[in-house]
Design a protein around this ligand. Structure first.
Ligand code: ADP
Length: 475
């Protein structure tokens, strides 16, 4: 219950009802005061016409005729509705209607003074305590001649009854408005919040370790649906990162085991042999130990290299370490890389050539990372090309904004079944080639290309060769 009162739905409903009722109340209040003002205006006009007529009779036929016409008209209006008094300016009444209901109405001195000061008439509202409650009486004063004052009063009972029934209707309508505002507000708030609840439910499921769950996306394409889409995209990314980490953990466990086992084996064999040896063969033992130490260092270096490459890939892919954004002259960099690999190519009896369609290939990025990418591609091309083959590295532009770096070899090529996987971490194609790669070279190359806003395309014909194309945006 407490949770419900703190909920956004409840607060939204309350605000909605409040604003709805406030608007209705303001509309009613304006209407009420307009009606009230209109009633008073009409009453005052009627009173003015009344005293105008009596004044005219007084001017034409004198005071007696004025008194009798006033009596006739007060009686015609009804003793309970209208009354009049005629009095001298001293306050002495000399004629009046039947005042049995009105004897407590006052003759206002301020009114008399105002008339004597030259005002044509004076209007006021008097309150009268009656046995039926408080009644309002609208009173007008008019001067007849120099000495006489005419006071005419009109009871506002009917008008008050009208306003009272208006107020009753108002209260009934307000109760209805409040109830419907709560109902409609509640409905709308629930509708608006249903999407948020949907997202909340999914988030709870994910917290309970179901990374496959997705927020259902509605068909309205509103803000909630957009939020759902964004959250789903975020979940996709998280899931892919998590599964990458999982895959990497498996690979680490699997791939680090064999070099470590080898190191351990070497050490064990050497020790066993040392145990069996006679003391006079100490010199030979020493040589064995030296060889073992060398092998161990080599294996350890390989391991360290592998771990550091894995870390670099992870960091580059996750965006933890965004690459620097310095201008890099790709033509010069690739040329230097080719020079570095030339001895390896010569050793393998492979022709290595660099061709550039110009020398203005500047990209923005991290030179060291780009160097590693190029080196990995070159290393692969030379590794997977038999003696007598050819490797051509070339630079060209695909569009004015895109630079293409191609590494083409006439090597073994890649079977179609391996092709979709070669960029995966630790994936090694045809193992019979006996290469000693860790299966990380292309993963790193792709991570670097992506981090620089580019991509890598590959084309390969088994037995004929492969072409790797790196597309990078120009600086
Ligand atoms: P590795 O350390 O095994 O070279 P890579 O990630 O660099 O790992 O490459 C993955 C796999 O892709 C390789 O094992 C190989 O089968 C294949 N490959 C990569 N480059 C070439 C190439 N130029 N020619 C043929 N096969 C290649």
């Amino acid at each position: 219950m407490n949770k419900f009162f703190r909920s956004f739905t409840f607060r939204l409903t309350l605000w909605y009802a409040l604003i709805f009722c406030l608007s209705a109340w303001v509309a009613f209040a304006v209407f009420y005061f307009l009606i009230d003002a209109e009633i008073e205006k009409r009453t005052d006009e009627a009173l003015r016409r009344q005293v105008d007529e009596i004044e005219r009779i007084y001017q034409l036929q004198g005071i007696d005729a004025a008194v009798s016409i006033a009596r006739i008209q007060a009686e015609a209006a009804g003793e309970k509705r209208a009354f009049f008094r005629m009095f001298y300016r001293t306050g002495v009444v000399f004629a009046s209607a039947n005042l049995s209901r009105w004897n407590r109405t006052a003759m206002n001195r301020a009114a008399i003074r105002a008339l004597l000061a030259g005002k044509r008439h004076f209007l006021e509202t008097q309150r009268l305590e009656d046995n039926s409650g408080t009644v309002l009486v609208r009173v007008i004063y008019r001067r007849l001649g120099r000495e006489i004052v005419l006071q005419w009063g009109l009871c506002l009972e009917q008008e008050q009854a009208l306003l009272a029934s208006f107020r009753r209707v108002f209260i009934a309508v307000m109760a209805f408005v409040l109830a419907s505002a709560l109902a409609v507000g509640g409905f709308m708030a629930r509708r608006a919040m249903s999407g948020v609840e949907r997202i909340g439910r999914t988030a709870r499921r994910i917290t309970e370790n179901d990374l496959d769950a997705r927020v259902p996306v509605g068909r309205r394409a509103d803000e909630i649906d957009e939020l759902a889409i964004t959250i789903n995209q975020m979940l996709d990314r998280i899931q892919s990162l998590v599964s990458n980490i999982r895959r990497m953990n498996d690979s680490i466990a699997h791939d680090l085991r064999s070099p470590i086992t080898r190191i351990r084996g070497l050490a064990e064999i050497t020790l066993a042999r040392a145990d069996r040896m006679r003391p006079e063969r100490k010199r030979e033992v020493l040589e064995d130990f030296v060889r073992m130490a060398e092998d161990t260092i080599q294996e350890c270096d390989r391991l360290l290299e592998m771990i550091s490459t894995m870390l670099t890939i992870s960091r580059t892919e996750s965006g933890i370490d965004p690459p620097e954004r310095r201008p890099v002259d790709l033509a010069r960099m690739v040329e230097r890389a080719c020079e570095l690999f030339l001895p390896v190519a010569e050793d393998g009896g492979i022709e290595l050539r660099f061709e550039s369609a110009g020398d203005e290939f500047v990209v923005r990025g991290d030179e060291r990372m780009l160097q590693r990418m190029v080196a990995n591609l070159l290393d692969n091309a030379l590794k997977y090309t038999p003696p007598g083959g050819k490797v051509v590295v070339s630079l060209d532009e695909k569009t004015p904004e895109m630079v293409v770096l191609s590494v083409t070899d006439t090597g073994y090529g890649i079977e179609a079944c391996h092709l979709p996987h070669i960029f995966e971490r630790f994936y090694r194609g045809d193992q019979s080639r006996g290469s000693i790669g860790a299966g990380l070279g292309l993963s790193l190359a792709l991570a670097v290309a992506k981090a620089h806003g580019g991509r890598i395309e590959v084309e390969s014909a088994p037995g004929k060769g492969s072409t790797f194309r790196v597309l990078l945006p120009r600086a």
